[in-house]
Write a protein that binds this ligand. Structure first.
Ligand code: FRU
Length: 490
């Protein structure tokens, strides 16, 4: 085991800084029921697992500022996936192999301990220029699930390989550990490598389960799990793929595909496709639950976009946990059923009350709201109809493009994402609005759209422009706000 002194010092410094500064966070955009850091910057969810009797979520974390910096691992625990308790920082950069950051990875319980496998990142050039760096997969361990000791690097790249990161570890029924991670190979092509181990320390290379598709030069944050009998899902965030029609418009894209896996090769049914069609969804990570569900979370932000909350001392949040299923050849994701425990007051509208003709109707003014309704495009003749949130968001069915469109109107971040929808079928929407984010689930999770916005006007209206539209069965819930003031670790 490594000498832990430097790591313990780095953790103590980060924990003390958070305690001292958490009350400086400006909460005008801070989430009510999505997990964000008590202070500082979040990106990818890491180490999502059920271990030692609880759910654990870790996240890429810079505790000293609301922008990306040398990555730590923040940590929270929960018994229901909804009410999270902040925990002490789990990992901090401290050693030569991770001095520039403890990058993304995963966690797994083994022999009554919680193990983390993460990427140690070491930049060899000036701060801010990360063109030459070295990445290795590193093992750390905790007896109590809170305090981690670094064991050290367990897989190192061959000479000349730079991008080599984001290990996801799982155990099969025989007790064998598997690991996959993303690599940019010596031909500058993206690949996902697969290794196995009996003890988490000694790893053997097995195969490449994914090669370059559509010019992806690197696959960030790969995840791989079985959903039905020998139906596997590969989830990843490929870098370098060009936009295509309504797809892949985000600066960084998260895409999934299903297929079969024989322990060595993955044979996909389809190409990679986006499972969330909004602006802010990246770097997904999943876990199995004790009752056999597969749950995924994503970073609810995006690289290279203006983060308008920089001066607020926090930036970034995780999506709601979503349950994954696979039906009729398609990947579904819907909010976990535990989300229903957030519901407080309920308002139900009669059909007459929610059929609008060229008008707008206020329905809520609450920054923590769930909306449910359905609509059938061919029954409505409005040119555009949907939901308005202040001057920030329009979510609407558009007669001209035959899409469900999510339009963020805020300055510096104005843009839309659109999802083509069938016109003769009824569609169902479940929408979560949380202060500065909207998550939309379409047709029981057949599709989703997730977007942040930056307005403080939380008035929510339904509207129909130039014609009539029915928002059938419109139900509005006020939601609990458990994470707005979640207590700090002791
Ligand atoms: C994805 C990513 C990962 C990396 C981490 C660094 O968003 O770039 O590949 O491990 O973020 O914070």
């Amino acid at each position: 085991m490594l000498d832990q002194t430097k790591h313990q010092e780095a953790l103590a410094k980060a924990n003390a800084y958070i305690k001292e500064h958490a009350n400086e966070v400006n909460k005008r955009f801070y989430p009510n029921f999505h997990l964000a850091a008590p202070y500082g910057w979040i990106n990818d969810p890491n180490g999502f697992c059920y271990a030692l009797g609880k759910y654990h979520i870790f996240y890429q974390f810079y505790p000293y500022d609301s922008k990306w910096g040398p990555m730590h691992w923040g940590h929270a625990t929960s018994t229901d996936l909804i009410h999270w308790e902040h925990q002490e920082v789990a990992l901090a950069p401290s050693e030569d192999f991770d001095i520039s950051g403890c990058f993304s990875g995963s966690a797994i319980e083994h022999d009554g301990k919680l193990y983390i496998m993460y990427t140690g990142h070491h930049v060899f050039v000036e701060a801010g220029d990360d063109s030459i760096f070295r990445e290795v997969q590193v093992l750390a361990v905790s007896e109590d699930g809170i305090h981690f000791k670094k064991i050290g690097p367990v897989i190192e790249p061959e000479e000349g390989i730079i991008h080599f990161r984001d290990p996801k570890v799982w155990k099969d029924d025989t007790g064998l550990f598997h690991m996959i991670f993303g690599v940019c190979n010596l031909q500058n092509a993206g690949e996902i490598r697969h290794y196995t181990s009996k003890d988490l320390l000694n790893w053997d290379f097995v195969s490449i389960i994914k090669e370059m598709e559509d010019n992806a030069f690197m696959y960030e944050c790969p995840d791989f799990f079985e959903v039905n009998d020998n139906k596997w899902i590969l989830a990843t965030s490929p870098m370098g793929q060009a936009p295509q029609g309504y797809n892949r418009q985000n600066p960084s894209v998260n895409s999934w595909q299903s297929g079969s896996f024989d322990g060595k090769s993955f044979t996909p049914d389809t190409k990679l496709y986006e499972v969330d069609h909004g602006h802010d969804f990246y770097a997904t990570q999943s876990t199995g639950t004790p009752d056999g569900r597969r749950i995924v979370l994503a970073w609810m932000n995006m690289w290279k976009l203006p983060f308008l909350n920089y001066p607020e001392h926090w930036c970034g949040a995780l999506t709601l946990p979503r349950e994954i299923s696979f039906k009729d050849g398609h990947i579904y994701q819907k909010p976990v059923r535990e989300v229903e425990s957030l519901r407080l007051a309920k308002t139900e509208y009669s059909d007459a009350d929610c059929t609008l003709k060229s008008t707008i109707k206020a329905i809520s003014n609450n920054s923590a709201t769930e909306l449910n309704f359905s609509f059938k495009p061919s029954d409505n003749d409005a040119e555009q109809y949907g939901i308005a949130i202040g001057n920030s968001i329009r979510l609407y069915v558009d007669r001209q493009t035959k899409t469900l469109t999510l339009f963020r109107l805020d300055l510096n971040a104005t843009s839309y994402r659109a999802l083509p929808i069938s016109w003769d079928e009824e569609h169902k929407l479940q929408i979560f609005i949380d202060n500065s984010s909207i998550e939309v689930f379409i047709d029981d999770g057949h599709d989703a759209m997730t977007t942040n916005f930056f307005g403080t006007d939380h008035s929510i209206s339904i509207y129909a422009t130039n014609g009539q539209a029915s928002f059938k069965g419109l139900t509005v819930y006020d939601l609990e706000r458990p994470l707005f003031n979640a207590p700090l670790f002791k």
